[in-house]
Design a protein around this ligand. Structure first.
Ligand code: BTN
Length: 247
């Protein structure tokens, strides 16, 4: 993918759709392979997250999918969700939200989940990247009660409602700049900031890797974005994908 200095986004918006990720996967043939297409919806009827969990998608929040292609030999696939999380952090920190990152790419505010990122990769003659983000912006407590984990929204923290474009647009431009940097120089540049924002640092966590649950101490982030987990024996293992929970 050729990434000019000035980004070129195509936008598609739905008042309501099953899922912006599902729509994108069904309609890849319609999308310009040389741009980044941003597919958004005001609400989703079948939004989903990692491990096929339901992503409740009532109006007032950001539901967006970024579609773009990358070469088949692209080296930094595992970092795409991480740089989107970092882009969100960059924008939201400037608006007064102290976020943390739950490895690999969840965003937490006051230890509660505020955004989730889902990276789906399809392979044809290029890698087709379907990068979805759900960010709780104006959801109230009533809606959040329907979710089976601790969640919050920007509105609950800041006591004001937010115009979605004023959040999403700077995230898209920051993501684009980060994608250029990642593609030219890898994740090394991002590692120190990711390390600083890492949630559960030095705490005991459980990592679900496939069907296996591995317990250990959340130790550190490597320059390639993988996680170092210290096992009870003291030895260190390096994970490149897992679902983290605290025991
Ligand atoms: C997770 O934390 O499990 C990831 C959640 C990703 C949700 C977003 S909302 C926009 C896009 N469309 C979907 O159906 N899922 C992603």
């Amino acid at each position: 993918m050729n990434l000019p200095v000035k980004p070129k986004f195509d936008y598609i918006h739905f008042a309501s759709i099953d899922s912006t990720n599902s729509w994108t996967k069904r309609n890849i043939a319609l999308l310009n392979q040389n741009h980044i297409t941003v597919i958004t919806a005001s609400q989703q009827t079948k939004g989903y997250g990692r491990l096929k969990r339901i992503w409740i998608s009532s109006p007032g929040n950001i539901y967006a999918t970024l579609f773009f292609t990358l070469p088949l030999d692209y080296s930094y696939l595992i970092n795409l969700g991480q740089i989107l999380a970092l882009a969100c952090h960059h924008v939201l920190e400037s608006k007064g939200f102290p976020l943390q990152l739950k490895w690999p790419n969840d965003l937490l505010l006051e230890k509660k989940k505020i955004a989730g990122i889902l990276v789906e990769v399809l392979r044809s003659e290029k890698l087709e990247i379907v990068l979805g983000i759900g960010l709780n912006v104006n959801t109230n407590e009533e809606h959040l009660k329907k979710v089976d984990q601790k969640t919050t929204s920007l509105m609950l923290f800041s006591k004001k409602t937010w115009e979605l474009g004023s959040i999403l647009n700077p995230i898209l431009y920051t993501f684009y700049n980060y994608l250029r940097l990642l593609s030219s120089s890898g994740f090394t540049h991002f590692q120190p900031i990711y390390q600083r924002l890492l949630a559960f640092q030095d705490r005991e966590i459980v990592c679900q890797v496939g069907n296996q649950k591995i317990q250990g101490i959340c130790h550190s982030i490597n320059p390639d974005g993988t996680l170092n987990l210290q096992l009870p024996s003291g030895s260190m293992i390096c994970l490149n994908a897992a679902e983290i929970s605290t025991s």
